[in-house]
Design a protein around this ligand. Structure first.
Ligand code: KIV
Length: 250
């Protein structure tokens, strides 16, 4: 398990991150050797079938953080702060400590909530930033940072998060050249999702990268497997075998 204090090495070595939400799907990324499992609030969409990430709160997230903590004991687990849970610095600290007590090693929060970041850092809670497309508050899912003013805003947010003590940050759905520029400018590792090849690492939602066909499939996601197809084939065979009385055998 790589602790937050050693993440500087990922300015050199590529940082591989996936999400993970429950016990079996924490064991698999751990066995595959990912560096970080993010218990993302994307579980609202891909696990619970809810319309937005705003639809999960601390209680639901805590259930999943605990499951991932039990499934991946040797991997860095990062818990996403759900919408509203980091609205005030003291609230953010209390909620983050709840996640740490359930097995998380760090937390991630969306946007430049600098006072919350500083409070977390001063309480010894490692915190990761997240800039660019911010699903909790986004009005649409278009790329962020194409216009000059928006680009500048994302760049300044990234620099401010690093200065406030974030030990790294997700860059979501921003132009490749902006992601590369942020990566050059900030001293902490950047992890891209739909941000091109110029970041220090990459993150994908587990259900997208394994081809589970859950929720909306973003244009930048790549399926590295076809779990949906494999599961359908297995279940189809099970149905056929039972109906043909071929399973179980006497
Ligand atoms: O919720 C999520 O899945 C995320 C990923 C981009 C890490 O925030």
């Amino acid at each position: 398990m790589v602790p937050a204090s050693e993440f500087a090495r990922f300015k050199r070595d590529p940082l591989v991150v996936s999400t993970g939400y429950d016990y079996p799907f924490a064991r698999i990324p751990e066995a595959a050797g990912v560096d970080v499992i993010v218990v993302g609030d994307s579980l609202a969409n891909v696990v619970l079938g809810l319309p937005t990430t705003r639809d999960v709160g601390m209680d639901a997230m805590s259930l999943f953080v605990g499951a991932v903590g039990r499934g991946a004991r040797d991997t860095h687990i990062m818990a996403d702060m759900p919408y509203g849970s980091d609205a005030e610095p003291a609230l953010a600290v209390a909620n983050a400590k709840r996640f740490l007590s359930l097995g998380a090693h760090s937390v991630k929060l969306e946007g430049p909530k600098l006072e919350a970041v500083k409070a977390l850092v001063s309480e010894g809670v490692p915190v990761f930033g997240h800039v660019g497309l911010l699903p909790q508050t986004a009005k649409n899912f278009k790329q962020v940072g194409r216009a000059a003013a928006e680009r500048d805003e994302v760049l300044r947010a990234a620099e401010a998060l690093a200065a406030a003590g974030a030990f790294g940050m997700v860059l979501e759905h921003v132009p490749d050249d902006l992601a590369a520029e942020i990566t050059r400018r900030v001293p902490v590792p950047t992890v891209g999702i739909g941000a091109g090849p110029g970041t220090d690492g990459q993150v994908l939602v587990l259900h997208d990268l394994l081809g589970m066909h859950a929720g909306n499939y973003p244009p930048f996601a790549k399926a590295f497997a076809d779990l949906h197809g494999a599961a359908l084939a297995g279940l189809g065979e099970y149905c056929r075998s039972v109906r043909a009385r071929a399973y179980p055998t006497r």
